[in-house]
Write a protein that binds this ligand. Sequence first.
Ligand code: CA
Ligand code: CA
Ligand code: CA
Ligand code: CA
Length: 253
Amino acid sequence: MRYLVIKQLLRLCGTLMVFLLMIPVSVSVAGLIVAYDSHNNPEGGLPASEQMSGVTALDLSRGPGILPNTSGNTYNSRGWTEGSVIDANDFLQWGWSFSPTLNLNLTDLDIRYDRSNTGPTQLEIRLSINGGTFATIFTDNDISSSGENNFDIDITGFTNVTSATFRLFAFNASATTTAGTFDIENFSTSPSPNRGILVNGTAATPIPEPSTFLLCCLAVFGILGYNFYRRLAAGRRKTEQITKQLENNHATG
Ligand SMILES: [Ca+2]
Ligand SMILES: [Ca+2]
Ligand SMILES: [Ca+2]
Ligand SMILES: [Ca+2]
């Protein structure tokens, strides 16, 4: 009976070892990749306020066709085209130039903005990953002059990202002078009062050491158990031999 229980335990050990070997070597962790705390910055680029460990963030910056608007507290710009299509030079830009993790997968973009009464009424956000061509990820044909939140813009189609450049092209302003402005505003509530742009995603990280430790423990337990099982089996065979011998002696005696 004891011999059968040990045999079953050894089988279980083997199954557990195979199961642990099948566990993937990394796990996905959801998180913030870059975020920007919107401040007026007449000098130009605004560094990211937060970035995922190891990521080299790009500044929030302006294309050559727009200018900083010096009034107000937020990242405000003027000089947006009055045309009904985008001007290739009138954009805001953000993102990151390097990520050490090859398995960085994007999930969503959160952004809050507004415009002045004569500011641009339409916009388009485009994204380029790993130095590739820009793809449109979001359009807004009615920019609110009192401010609007745009949560969870879907960017799940962008995977294995090492670098990313977002460009927001605003257009269809009714004045390109100081009056026609567009600015990034911080969210007043969730996801954070100190962020106006957030890019989220998942990163693959190595699985922690405990699985390796467990595997070693199981291997040691398996070897010890196997030796014990062999000794027990040998003892059992010896007992059977002696019993058989005694029975033979009794039969011939
Ligand atoms: Ca312009
Ligand atoms: Ca504003
Ligand atoms: Ca809108
Ligand atoms: Ca979000």
